[in-house]
Design a protein around this ligand. Sequence first.
Ligand SMILES: O=C(O)CCC(=O)C(=O)O
Length: 355
Amino acid sequence: MAAATAVAEADPAGTEGGTGFSGVQSSGWSESQLRKYPFPTKPIPRLSHRDPRAEILIDNEEPVVLTDTDLVYPALKWDLNYLQENIGGGDFSVYIAQTHKFLYYDEKKMSNFENFAPKSRRVEMKFQEFVDKMDEMEKAGGDERVYLQQTLNDTVGRKIVVDFLGFNWNWINKQQAKRNWGQLTSNLLLIGMEGNVTPAHYDEQQNFFAQIKGYKRCILFPPDQFDRLYPFPVHHPCDRQSQVDFENPDYEKFPNFKNVIGYETVVGPGDVLYIPMYWWHHIESLLNGGTTITVNFWYKGAPTPKRIEYPLKAHQKVAIMRNIEKMLGEALGDPHEVGPLLNLMIKGRYDHVFS
Ligand SMILES: O=C(O)CCC(=O)C(=O)O
């Protein structure tokens, strides 16, 4: 797993089917608040942003938790009351699910797969309505849950604008410039109920994930574990999401999932996790940990270098596969024909010739 060398070196031992936290001092949460999964993980390093090792990890596009960036310092006072008073009267995207898992889907791709039945629905509502809904669901104690996921925009009130302007733009702008990343595309505000889970997926953007309130467990997998995580086809609404249910993996359908190895951490208020582009991430608000608040910073990646270096990196191969799927979908005029054509193209032809 070349992509994860430095992360792996931070703790070569790993843990068999357990969490990567044995022996780690924790504060504010305990292992009993973590869901159980059947694969081993190793810890993601937690470092000061002044530690040269942190810069090396980000340069190598490997995850790291930075403990002292002050990136969202003015927001550390945010809670539901403060936001209720100051966030303004705009509309907020709130996902409602009958389970703790909020599997993302792209509404624009739903017409490609008419039988696709989303397990959550997006509803636009005012902030107050969201808080009321969350209260209602907590009181009911049933399975239904909500997760607010809204890009910060100019409808927010003056105090939130002041907090936002007080973010450590100096630090993050330098990070962006040093790595030649493209523009900041958005800041997503996430407000979740305890126990909410965002299942494993990858994004095509660089991400500084800033935790504000409560604790979130983040399990990451490098792009070279593509074959173990079985992403949905590109034209499917769940493009970029793993098909594997981590809580009940179907090893007949997804046999390579047996070999998956994660890197994990729990982030708390003030921590910033660097989630490199194309790295898979599964994120859960800790059980019995109260409401969580996060703001992420999504950046476009650096432009493709003029001189391509071989061998290609795993994430570059993922990008190639995505383009091939997209091109075939267009050329064939029907996304359902992509899989059969790819099978026809390789089945029985490539297995023996190059070995
Ligand atoms: O915090 C979460 O639940 C999901 C966030 C996420 O997937 C992201 O920031 O890319």
